[in-house]
Write a protein that binds this ligand. Structure first.
Ligand code: COA
Length: 162
């Protein structure tokens, strides 16, 4: 079935978090210790987390990808930092081009906003995915999660819109 991408609405906040949790616990958990996984994607998803997503403090441009009306992927751009903040796909929909479709749309929006490059902190898990989509490694290091827990990451970048 075809993948479609649209802007996330306030009503999608719970689904947005569910896809994030499913991708981290279902895919990235192979590459990180349990303490990192639970700090990266805390469960359960309660009202406070949903309100936090809706508050959108970093002014993210958020997208959801659907297959057959089901949200199976999420993506986000923080334009002020020229940053791809998120790209997550549930395991049952992985390797079908959902993540790449989200990334292409993020890049289209970024180009429209006048950005000429994008940067991101990739998980170890997602490095081959971003590499397949033209992102290059700047350095390997640590990303500090909101809770203060460090996780191994790969800092990557791509020139866009040329
Ligand atoms: C990384 C992620 C977003 C990829 O989503 P996806 O929809 O499966 O990716 P795509 O189908 O568009 O993959 C495109 C290409 O990327 C590469 N790729 C994707 N996942 C890969 C993997 N696990 N191992 C190796 N290459 C991979 C492949 O070249 C793939 O093309 P192919 O399937 O024809 O071989 C998804 O696996 C995910 O959510 N992972 C866990 C969470 C995470 O770490 N997210 C990133 C946070 S920074």
């Amino acid at each position: 079935m075809a993948v479609s991408v649209r802007q996330m609405s306030a009503d999608d906040a719970q689904a947005f978090l569910e896809v994030h949790r499913a991708a981290v616990h279902g895919i990235a958990a192979h590459d990180y210790p349990p303490a990192v996984i639970s700090a990266w994607a805390p469960l359960p998803i309660g009202d406070e987390l949903i309100q936090d997503v809706r508050a959108n403090r970093d002014d993210e441009s958020r997208l959801v990808a659907e297959i057959g009306g089901q949200i199976v992927g999420i993506g986000s751009l923080v334009a002020k930092n020229a940053e791809v903040r998120a790209c997550y796909v549930v395991r049952t929909a992985s390797r079908k081009g959902v993540g790449s479709t989200l990334l292409r749309e993020i890049e289209r929006v970024a180009t429209e906003l006048g950005l000429s490059s994008l940067q991101l902190d990739s998980s170890i898990t997602a490095e081959p995915f971003y590499a397949a989509n033209g992102y290059e490694v700047r350095e390997r290091g640590e990303h500090i999660l909101g809770s203060g827990v460090p996780m191994a990451c790969v800092k990557m970048y791509k020139t866009i819109g040329s």
